[in-house]
Design a protein. Sequence first.
Length: 172
Amino acid sequence: TKSFIAGKPSFATLIALCHKGTPVLGIIDQAITDERWVGVMGQASTMNGVEISARECEELKSATFFTTAPELFKGDAAKAYQAVSKNCRVPMYGVDAYAYGLTALGLADTVVEIGLQAYDFCALVPVVEGAGGVMTDWAGKPLHIDSAGDVVASGDARCHQDVLATIKAAMA
């Protein structure tokens, strides 16, 4: 990734295991900062062996929102990005996979991305969900190895629903 080339520690090594296409185990490893998140479906996620949990955030207007780069959103997706960015408390950029670890750790509220590949998101699902968060596609459907790669991850299900509604309204 560009972050790796630049030496910015927001990149991570992602390892996933899927069962029948569903992500069931995920590891986010940031070697520079010596941080490792592990998520196993049905178990509490950990960072460096300590259980973690996402924080409460009832709605988008109170949320810290992360995405890799605004310029990745084109057409209707750009409208969706602008609506989320305009309606959140703080927009942040360029944090890559690290943003999902921050969400699971309770230091971020929501992440919206577009055009990811299975190798980009499958490892993230068990980590976010094992911390009490939610991770779906833009339509609110569970992520699968064959999902299109437009994803939303949130630490709180209420904020997640607000983000999904904002995306849907912007693209209508």
